[in-house]
Design a protein around this ligand. Structure first.
Ligand code: EPU
Length: 423
């Protein structure tokens, strides 16, 4: 198994180019199931989660081929051979986002058999809201041998309210509703840029979706859709992670190929920590000058501060000049990184859904273990800041969501390398 070895305390200088967003690419891949045809998806990140999803598409009868041109990697997809309606346990258990095939498969076949995702490191992560919405649209559901079995004729439009906004829930129901009979209204819908990007692609395919980016999304069903070429938006979470890397290691980074509008809450919070941030079109520069100020952070659905950057900002607070409270309101168990950060000397106490952090003068390198994707990113930031050597094991978590992480960081001066872990 691979591990990352980081020698800390080397300031970062240079430019990092942001890849396409994993969480935008996954629902867009699912949307190719809605019609038989050929798609070219540009700016596709080479990530394990994308590979897992394309394995699932292949299993369903879709042809998938990677290619590359000057700018980025792309995927050519031909969904005309789609022949199966079952997402097997072996693929779904590798990635919860596989549940995104449920809406499109029911829409296309009037039936689907999808393994129910199990628990996960960051919380229980139920899918009751996806299922409730589908039932309101006329889908008959039952759970058999760990699989959701869904049957319907043509779906009917419905008024559906999310008790809490769900990103993949909104995406799944949008994809179920585009080919339904009549209009569907999604209330308290998720407003994340990845949801908007999916809706824009569906509209390009011939769907009629209004209200994208607001919390009420209206979908007027159409009879059929066509295939399109599409470009994946830049990854705001990857961008935020590298902005914070400059805060942890010091120096000055330019983050390019980024949509600053998607990072408003993050930029505002990082400016309050004292980081100097300039935004110029698709580039953001981040410079650290002096000690970081402590700030309180609460994760919220978009446009609030993203839960996917909570672990990373916690590292900055561990190095800041005072006391801060970080409250996680989205997932109930997303502080697994705290115990690992304590091994580096961080002073953090978790009480319920809040972490209380007292900034320390320095962190000291140690062996640590990655527990989930974003927690792993926080350990990398802590390693960049720490004195001495930090060794991070279980880096397969990072490979799910950060494209070429060590190459990107090494190119701006980080001393980071991947090696085989001696057993
Ligand atoms: N929820 C329910 N019932 C549901 C669905 C969600 O109670 O049916 C709750 C969840 O338990 C959670 C909240 O609603 O408390 C929000 O969860 P959401 O459904 O929005 O999360 P998700 O769609 O499963 C996506 C991202 C996550 C990201 C969250 C929150 C993808 C593929 N995943 O997950 O990304 O943390 O939204 O923004 O888009 C990551 O990339 O590391 C990651 C975990």
């Amino acid at each position: 198994m691979d591990q990352l070895v980081i020698q800390g305390r080397h300031p970062l200088r240079g430019t990092i180019r942001i890849s396409g967003a994993k969480n935008a690419a996954l629902p867009i891949l699912a949307a190719t199931l809605l019609t038989g045809g050929t798609f070219r998806l540009q700016n596709i990140p080479r990530l394990v989660d994308i590979k897992t999803f394309t394995d699932l598409l292949t299993d369903l009868g879709v042809a998938v081929k990677y290619g590359a041109d000057n700018d980025s990697d792309f995927l050519d997809i031909d969904s005309s051979g789609l022949s199966d309606h079952e997402a097997p346990y072996d693929l779904v258990r590798r990635m919860r986002a596989s549940i995104l095939v449920l809406g499109p498969l029911i829409s296309r076949f009037g039936k689907a058999r999808v393994s129910l995702p199990g628990g996960c490191a960051i919380g229980a992560r139920p899918i009751n809201l996806h299922l409730k919405g589908l039932e309101l649209m006329g889908v008959k559901l039952r759970l058999k041998e760990g699989y959701i079995e869904a049957r319907a004729g043509r779906l009917n439009g419905a008024h559906i309210y999310f008790d809490t906004p769900s990103v993949t829930g909104t995406e799944n129901l949008m994809m179920a509703a585009v080919l339904a009979n009549g209009t569907t209204v999604l209330g308290n819908a998720a407003r994340e840029p990845e949801v908007v990007a999916l809706g824009q692609m569906l509209n390009q395919m011939g769907a009629k979706i209004r209200g994208l980016g607001s919390n009420t999304v209206k979908i007027e069903g159409v009879k059929e859709l066509r295939s399109v070429d599409w470009e994946i938006v830049p990854d705001r979470i990857e961008a935020g992670t590298y902005m914070m890397a400059a805060g942890a290691a010091g120096g000055e980074l330019i983050i390019e190929n980024v949509m600053a509008d998607h990072l408003e809450a993050v930029i505002s919070k990082l400016r309050s920590t004292g980081l100097q941030i300039e935004v110029d079109n698709a580039r953001i520069s981040v410079r650290k000058k002096g000690i970081l100020h402590s700030v309180d952070v609460k994760t919220l659905p978009y446009p609030g501060f993203p839960t996917d950057l909570q672990a990373q900002i916690l590292v900055l607070m561990a190095l800041a000049g005072g006391l801060s409270v970080i409250t996680e309101t989205i997932f109930e168990n997303r502080f697994m990184h705290v115990a690992e950060l304590r091994r580096l000397g961080a002073d953090i106490k978790v009480e319920g859904r809040s972490a209380i952090i007292k900034g320390v003068k320095e962190l000291n390198g140690a062996p640590v273990m990655a527990t989930d994707l974003r927690a792993s990113a926080s350990l990398v930031l802590a390693g960049l800041a720490a004195k001495g050597t930090t060794t991070i094991s279980r880096v397969y978590h990072l490979d799910r969501g950060y494209e070429h992480l060590e190459q990107k960081l090494a190119a701006v001066g980080a001393k980071i390398k991947r090696e085989k872990r001696p057993d």
